[in-house]
Design a protein around this ligand. Structure first.
Ligand SMILES: Nc1nc2c(ncn2[C@@H]2O[C@H](COP(=O)(O)OP(=O)(O)OP(=O)(O)O)[C@@H](O)[C@H]2O)c(=O)[nH]1
Length: 342
């Protein structure tokens, strides 16, 4: 039987697991002083079924909230890039949307077709693919993603949520079955919630990046605009605070984004960002879910989003949120104003 590349790097699960507990600490920040000729840089796709932990992993790797996380499946609708410069390497992560296997919500089929197209388009130009699964689990939804993975570039099997596995020996038969499914280049069991594990993942991915000059500055985290981050932040709070009640077809649109410069003559002034956002829901009843009793939920969405945006942007934020029903832009649309600190 021909030797698979996985034989060289996966001598045994035991060895992999022992390496995991001896995780090495790399230096935290990228070294912009590395001469361009010695730099590595490349695209890395994080793929996997909904809810497997892609956004959690990306955020842990990039060290900041770039993608959004929620218990609700399908919160990652956009292709999001997170950038991490570490040692001589610049990792440019592409977080692909999850797969939607059920088509129960009216009107979502087109959206899902789009998601699948995005997955394939994303994979066509990456240096390495991280295929995320939950350790010990492989269902039809995972199989659907696996079927789309390229065979002409390295695919690492990343078994996430290792912290939920009580007996690691139980993973042996599962791993054997996984290796028969695809010629994975490497097997990485980890927990996206453990910093040591995610740092170690960077060390593992590094050699797969081509030797080439960095594309972004050493301190860049994302090529997404602050405006985009603002819509993602409102969306995250929306889904977090509505739980499973709200269909994922709800979207957030940023209607206005104004950067106000610091006040002249006031050294302490950081300036302010004024944001007007609209949460668009499918039905009138969904609007009630978002607004909540006496507007409490909407107020919380606004306060939490504003607080986190202020932390991320390092400036004051004035956030105004509206809720609208897609079918009719009714006059009585609810409005929330979250005042900044004047
Ligand atoms: N116990 C445990 N939970 C995890 C781990 N990683 C992620 N989670 C949880 O899994 C859930 C889903 O995580 P996400 O990062 O939003 O998943 P996703 O794959 O980006 O989901 P979609 O946006 O739907 O594609 C969240 O509740 C996370 O807190 C882990 O290592 N251990």
């Amino acid at each position: 039987m021909p030797k698979s590349p996985a034989d060289d790097v996966n001598p045994s699960l035991d060895q992999m697991l022992s390496k995991l507990t001896m995780a090495r600490h790399g230096d935290a920040a990228g070294d912009a002083a590395v001469p361009a000729a010695q730099q590595r840089c490349g695209l890395i796709a994080i793929v996997g079924r909904p809810n497997v932990g892609k956004s959690t992993l990306l955020n842990a790797l990039v060290g900041q909230k770039v993608s959004i996380t929620s218990r609700k499946a399908q919160t990652t609708r956009h292709r999001i890039t997170g950038i991490c410069s570490h040692g001589d390497a610049q990792f440019v992560f592409v977080d692909t949307p999850g797969f939607q296997t059920r088509h129960t919500v009216r009107g979502t089929a087109a959206l899902n077709r789009n998601l699948n197209k995005t997955v394939q388009a994303t994979l066509s130009d990456v240096a390495v693919v991280l295929f995320l699964v939950e350790a010990g689990r492989f269902g039809p939804d995972d199989a659907q993603v696996l079927a789309l993975l390229p065979t002409d570039r390295p695919v690492l099997l990343v078994a996430n949520k290792l912290d939920l596995i009580h007996r690691r020996e139980d993973l042996f038969p599962w791993l054997q079955a996984m290796q028969e499914r695809h010629p994975f280049t490497q097997f990485v069991p980890l927990s996206a919630k453990k910093e040591d594990d995610t740092r170690r993942l960077l060390d593992i991915v590094r050699p797969y990046l081509p030797e080439q000059a960095w594309w972004y500055d050493a301190d860049a985290l994302t090529d997404r605009s602050d405006r985009f981050l603002a819509s993602e932040m409102v969306r995250e709070k929306l889904f977090r605070l509505t739980g499973d009640e709200l269909p994922y077809t709800s979207t957030v649109v940023i209607d206005q984004y104004t950067d106000e410069p610091p006040q002249p003559g006031n050294a302490k002034s950081t300036g302010m960002v004024r944001i007007a956002a609209t949460i668009i829901v499918e039905r009138e009843q969904h609007k009630g879910m978002v607004i909540g009793d006496k507007g409490e939920r909407l107020k919380r969405i606004g306060t939490e989003a504003r607080t986190e945006l202020e932390r991320l942007m390092g400036r004051k934020v004035f956030l105004e949120i509206w809720v609208k029903v897609r079918s009719g832009w009714a006059d009585d649309d609810a409005r929330l104003r979250t005042y900044g600190y004047e």
